[in-house]
Design a binder for this molecule. Structure first.
Ligand code: PLP
Length: 381
């Protein structure tokens, strides 16, 4: 038998996996499942991006690239970050196979055994796994009592963050709540990070999916450039989940450490995918706006449908998720909802917030209507 490494054994398999397995099982039995459990846009990758990838492949961009990414893309990313107000240079960027790899490299670069990582709950499932894989200990602050907003939770955050804290993770717009944190909330984060000398990950993967608000990048705040790792990627904004392309930006001293992990693990992101990413960054604004408008209409429609059933859902200003308040035992609720109503959602407890189910509204209006009808019909709302 194998003698597995403790760092792997202490991590749970993805909670969303159980749901998607159940959904596939039902579907293979011929059941029509409304799957609202997935975290990906339901649009095709924009055509110009697909063509750029195909052209790059045909032109022979199929070998290794410089480990941290092709210079044109790193420069385009630095330029985009400068447009956001971040003081960025291309040698402070690592292009990764997905934002997830950028996050993984950041945790591995910063966290030693016993180092404290502070998360805001509900938090995306992989932060906990990444913290554990790197040996970190978790300290979690719950935003659920404040309708998932950070500003009213700042006192709780202040109580959690200390000189012992190594890393704080901020994800705005948030998966799973859709919350976009206010400038005042981010200023509060800055004050704590500076006071206690904490490094902050700002996961901005949903940055371009916001409704009527302009999210501020944490690294633009006074004192934060030197202590922020900005994470972003192409999966959500450009509907490119399967292409696997993302990046991190951080001070050069951190980038040169993370670059060792990067080159000794993935070597580089896929060559022609990086060329497609360049096209996405430079020529795809309109498709991004169209997807954003569609998500906004769906969000509003879904919130209205729940309201018709007297369910008041805290609606965020970004991403494409909402947290539906459900019975105390959210795992039982989700298991029942998929079994009886054939609607797949993810239990809030997977994100550290029991009593909710995460709904992804990256689905057509027709399917969202169908989901609400079924949940109502079977007594789940
Ligand atoms: N961060 C958050 C909050 C996410 O929801 C996701 C994807 O679900 C990612 C990062 C990583 O996305 P990717 O690796 O596809 O860029």
């Amino acid at each position: 038998s194998f003698d597995f490494a403790a760092r792997v054994e202490r991590v749970e398999p993805s909670a969303t996996l159980a749901i998607s397995n159940k959904a596939s099982e039902l579907e293979s039995d011929g059941v029509d499942v409304v799957d609202l459990s997935v975290g990906e846009p339901d649009f095709p990758t924009p055509e110009n991006v697909v063509s750029a990838g195909q052209d790059a492949m045909a032109a022979g961009h199929t070998g290794y690239t410089p480990s941290n990414g092709i210079p044109e893309l790193r420069e385009a990313i630095a330029s985009k970050l400068r447009d956001d107000g971040i003081d960025a240079e291309s040698d402070e960027v690592i292009v990764t196979p997905g934002g997830k790899q950028a996050l993984f490299e950041t945790f591995q670069t910063l966290i030693d055994d016993g180092d404290e990582v502070v998360l805001l709950d509900p938090a995306w499932v992989s932060y906990e796994a990444m913290a554990k894989l790197s040996g970190g200990t978790l300290n979690r602050v719950d935003t659920a009592p404040y309708d998932f907003q950070l500003e009213p939770a700042l006192e709780d955050l202040e109580a959690a963050v200390s000189d012992e804290t190594e890393l704080l993770v901020i994800n705005s717009p948030s998966n799973p709540t859709g919350a976009v944190y206010s400038d005042a909330a981010l200023a509060g984060v800055r004050d704590l990070a500076v006071e206690h000398d904490v490094t902050v990950i700002s996961d901005e993967i949903y940055q371009q999916i916001t409704y009527g608000v302009e999210p501020t990048s944490l690294a633009t705040l006074q004192g934060m450039g030197e202590r922020t790792v900005t994470i972003n990627g192409f999966s959500k904004a450009y509907s490119m989940t399967g292409w696997r392309l993302g990046y991190l930006h951080a001070p050069e001293s951190l980038v040169s450490q993370a670059a060792k992990l990067h080159s000794h693990s993935v070597s580089c992101a896929v060559n022609f995918v990086q060329h497609a990413g360049l096209e996405a960054l430079e020529h795809t604004d309109e498709a991004v706006l169209e997807m954003r408008d569609a998500f906004r209409e769906r969000r509003d429609m879904l919130a209205d449908l729940f309201a018709e059933h007297d369910v008041d859902v805290p609606v965020g200003d970004g991403a494409f998720y909402m947290m539906l308040p459900v019975a105390e035992d959210d795992q039982e609720w989700c298991a029942g909802a998929i079994e009886d109503a054939h609607v797949a959602t993810v239990p809030g407890s997977a994100f550290g917030s029991p009593g909710y189910a995460r709904i992804s509204y990256a689905a057509s209006e027709e399917r969202l209507r169908e989901a609400v009808d079924r949940l109502a019909e079977h007594g789940y709302i």
